[in-house]
Design a protein around this ligand. Sequence first.
Ligand SMILES: [Fe+2]
Length: 154
Amino acid sequence: MGLPRFVWQRAYETGIPEVDMQHRMLFDAINRLADILESGSTISLRDLNGSLAFLKYYAEWHFQREERIFEKRADDPKHPLLCANRRAHARFNSLAQEWYRRFLAMQRDGASPVQVRQFAQDLYYELIDWVENHVLQVDRRAAAVCAHCPLHQS
Ligand SMILES: [Fe+2]
């Protein structure tokens, strides 16, 4: 059985186009990683450069943007759901940095094809877990906090 791919659905939307576009980019990154894992050939660290670069962008840039957008649009920027979103981002940011450190260590010390494949597979499942438990849940609930703000319509 192949690895699942994520197909964007309207039900996943937060209703804020910029946030949705960035979430779609995460789906694309996961699907690309699945393609790499299923390509049938040996995976090199170089094949994973794009995935790691995306992870860095996502954890550093997207989180900041999303937090700012939600805070700007919410009636109460200190709403518990927005605080929970920020805490989850901080946790995932630490995780992403750990993934990056592991990647750099493998580049420095060398890694067997089995280790590289395992790394790619673990990253794939980590991202899927993030989508299912954060993007499709916390983000959508946090975005709903902004629903009554007039800016939400802009
Ligand atoms: Fe979020």
